[in-house]
Design a binder for this molecule. Structure first.
Ligand SMILES: CC(C)(COP(=O)(O)OP(=O)(O)OC[C@H]1O[C@@H](n2cnc3c(N)ncnc32)[C@H](O)[C@@H]1OP(=O)(O)O)[C@@H](O)C(=O)NCCC(=O)NCCS
Length: 168
């Protein structure tokens, strides 16, 4: 059956999803600057130390999307093994603007949820700004539903939605 989330039409080089590594740092920082330099996330840009923390944290699932060598996107979030079943929370996902709407976010999310499921997680959660129309559309398309609104979560009166999706 045809995958409805797969890009149709123009031919694209294949995208590879692999674990993030220290050598990806420059690319990750570039993605962060290009994807999150918007008014509703300006306190939330990850810096080198944040990425180093996630790279070293054994409980964080951290994948990059690679197309023709450059890293074009990433997803990261930690598994909470203290819960039964363990839960997983997406802290961030981003795809370079010029590589968006080509199914790369979909590939990253699939890799992430497959690994989370393999580790026993039954639910994945995240926060997204109500101002982030692309993010909201992306997560809704992938079956996330609003659990509750978080007033002022991003400061300056900007709210977030706490969203969840069951992993079956
Ligand atoms: C959200 C994000 C990661 C999506 O990545 P992507 O690679 O463009 O997503 P995909 O190409 O896999 O999109 C899959 C589907 O999601 C929906 N979608 C994605 N971006 C959308 C947009 N800008 N507007 C409307 N729907 C969108 C569509 O249904 C899309 O399928 P289609 O292209 O066949 O219509 C990307 O927009 C991004 O990096 N945004 C900036 C960072 C960010 O806001 N991250 C989320 C908060 S942590």
């Amino acid at each position: 059956m045809e995958d409805p989330l797969k890009p149709q039409g123009q031919e694209q080089s294949p995208v590879q999803i692999r674990r993030a590594e220290g050598r990806d740092m420059d690319a990750l920082l570039t993605i962060e600057q290009q994807c999150f330099n918007v008014y509703y996330y300006d306190y939330y840009l990850l810096d080198r130390r944040d990425f180093e923390f996630y790279l070293e944290d054994a409980e964080t699932l951290f994948f990059v999307a690679v197309r023709e060598a450059p890293v074009v996107g990433y997803i990261l979030g930690a598994v909470d093994p203290g819960r039964d079943p363990p839960r997983v929370h997406i802290d961030s996902i981003a795809v370079l603007p010029q590589a968006q709407r080509q199914g790369i976010g979909n590939h990253l999310l699939q890799a992430f949820t497959a690994e989370a499921r393999r580790q026993g997680c039954r639910r994945v959660t995240l926060e997204v700004s109500t101002a982030n129309t692309a993010g909201l559309a992306f997560f809704t398309r992938h079956g996330f539903r609003e659990i509750r609104r978080l007033p002022g979560y991003y400061g300056k009166g900007l709210d977030a939605l706490f969203m969840a999706r069951e992993l079956r």
